[in-house]
Design a protein around this ligand. Structure first.
Ligand code: HEM
Length: 410
């Protein structure tokens, strides 16, 4: 690795280019290792499967937003202007412990059940077909811009009945906020403020003009009379829209990338379509779109796999690390669409297990399946010219130039 602070590796360019090699080294050494995050915060990185899984479900690793800034500050190794996250955006369930988490999650669970999501299937197929028609006409496209990004964002915006007209701005703010610790603090603050203002306007609009969409339902009381307050509504809209923007895009692009560079696996998939769901699971395991779970912190000393993580530490569970642990997944660096992937950590584990998993899986299957049904896909950039996004949270390509050749009837 490149830079060090206080004798600890800083997660920087080398890490973004190949996090797997770094995780493999740490995994050999210990269950959890101290490292430094890109903006100089000391944290413990968990890279083994068993410990990653148990940490994700352990209430001693808190996520509650109230003490979070203080813990981050305590672990700051270099002086940096503190990155202030807009207050309106933090009060969502991914930043909460029970009972607050339980209450918020209950209010939104209904919209994301496998049954509700299944009802969206024809519409997801329709959007995919239209995007593939357009991409096919061009022939040479950036797969991220042509399919991987617009599909999930159109779906989540339709679910919430949010207009698509400010989609480009939203993408810029969302990317800056997810980059979080890596970008310029002022740009981050500005992105947060813009996002909060935009979402506050949306919430107001929904209050005045309720529809039969899921967002309108959230604005109004649920069956038992509980409802989100205005601040929580803004934060919830933020969580759902950002999750819709930043994750499935990478499942689709990472999947196309790995299938295109593993022709034997693609041939297997084309020969047997029943392998498609398993192929999507293998993409999730092999190149997990969420590289690291969101931050946790300790309220007491916690022992994890023989390592004592002191009170008030920042803890980062590496989902990619757990998913490439050979003690759980034999020959973990081999991409194999027919392997057993059950128990992978790509959607997290425990009470914060991804609410959008059924939706993401369906979108991934439809996008990847339809693309390879209709086209032969050649990646047109040399592999070493492809850039992975310089952020720790997400594992995704900045762009994926491809050439699409229609396949004849088989
Ligand atoms: C391939 C796509 C996706 C991946 C890999 C993914 C991954 C994850 C992970 C790892 C977590 C837990 C984070 C942690 O414990 O720190 C999570 C939580 C969450 N995800 Fe996803 N996600 C995806 C798509 C989506 C979509 C499409 C939505 C909804 C629009 C969504 C909504 C959420 C929500 C609301 C939570 C918080 C749940 C809670 O705190 O109880 N995700 N996701």
């Amino acid at each position: 690795m490149g830079e060090q602070i206080a004798g600890l590796d800083v997660l920087g360019e080398d890490y973004f280019a190949d996090p797997h090699a770094f995780h493999a080294r740490l995994r050999e050494e210990a269950a959890a290792s101290p490292i430094v995050l890109p903006r100089g915060t000391r944290a413990w990185l968990v890279t083994r499967y068993e410990e990653a899984r148990s940490a994700l479900a352990d209430p001693r690793f808190s996520k509650h937003f109230e003490r979070f800034p203080e813990v981050m500050e305590r672990n700051q190794l270099v002086h940096n202007e503190p990155t202030k996250f807009d207050e309106a955006l933090v009060q969502h369930m991914l930043n909460m412990d029970p009972p607050h988490h339980t209450r918020q999650r209950k209010l939104v669970t209904k919209a994301f059940t496998a049954r509700r999501v299944e009802q969206l299937r024809p519409r997801v197929q329709e959007i995919t077909d239209r995007l593939l028609d357009e991409a096919g006409e061009k022939g040479d496209v950036d797969l991220v811009d042509a399919l991987a990004f617009p599909l999930p964002i159109t779906v989540i915006c339709e679910m919430l009945d949010v207009p698509l007209d400010r989609r480009d701005e939203f993408r810029v703010w969302s990317n800056a906020l997810v980059g979080g610790g890596t970008g310029d603090p002022q740009a981050l603050q500005q992105a947060g403020a813009n996002m909060a203002t935009y979402l506050a306007e949306l919430v107001e609009h929904k209050r005045a003009n309720p529809g039969d969409d899921f967002f309108s339902a959230l604005v109004h009381a649920d069956d038992e009379g509980d409802r989100l307050n205005p601040m929580e509504l803004i934060a919830m809209a933020f969580l759902l829209l950002v999750a819709g923007h930043e994750t499935t895009v990478n499942l689709i692009a990472n999947g196309v990338f790995h299938l295109a560079r593993h022709p034997d696996q693609l041939a297997k998939l084309r020969a047997d379509r029943t392998l498609l769901p398993g192929a999507v699971e293998e993409v999730l395991r092999f190149e997990s779109p969420v590289n690291q779970a969101t931050f946790r912190y300790t309220n007491e000393d916690v022992e994890l796999g023989g390592v004592v993580i002191p009170k008030d530490s920042v803890v980062v569970v590496s989902l990619s690390g757990g998913n490439r642990d050979g003690s759980k997944f034999p020959d973990p660096d081999r991409f194999d669409i027919a392997r057993h992937t059950a128990g992978h950590l790509a959607f997290g584990h425990g009470i914060h297990f991804c609410l959008g998993a059924p939706l993401a899986r369906m979108e991934g299957e439809i996008a990847i399946g339809s693309l390879f049904d209709r086209f032969d896909v050649t990646v047109t950039a040399e592999e070493d010219r492809l850039r992975w996004r310089p952020v720790t949270l997400i594992r995704g390509l900045e762009s994926l130039p491809v050439s699409l050749t229609p396949r004849g009837p088989r």
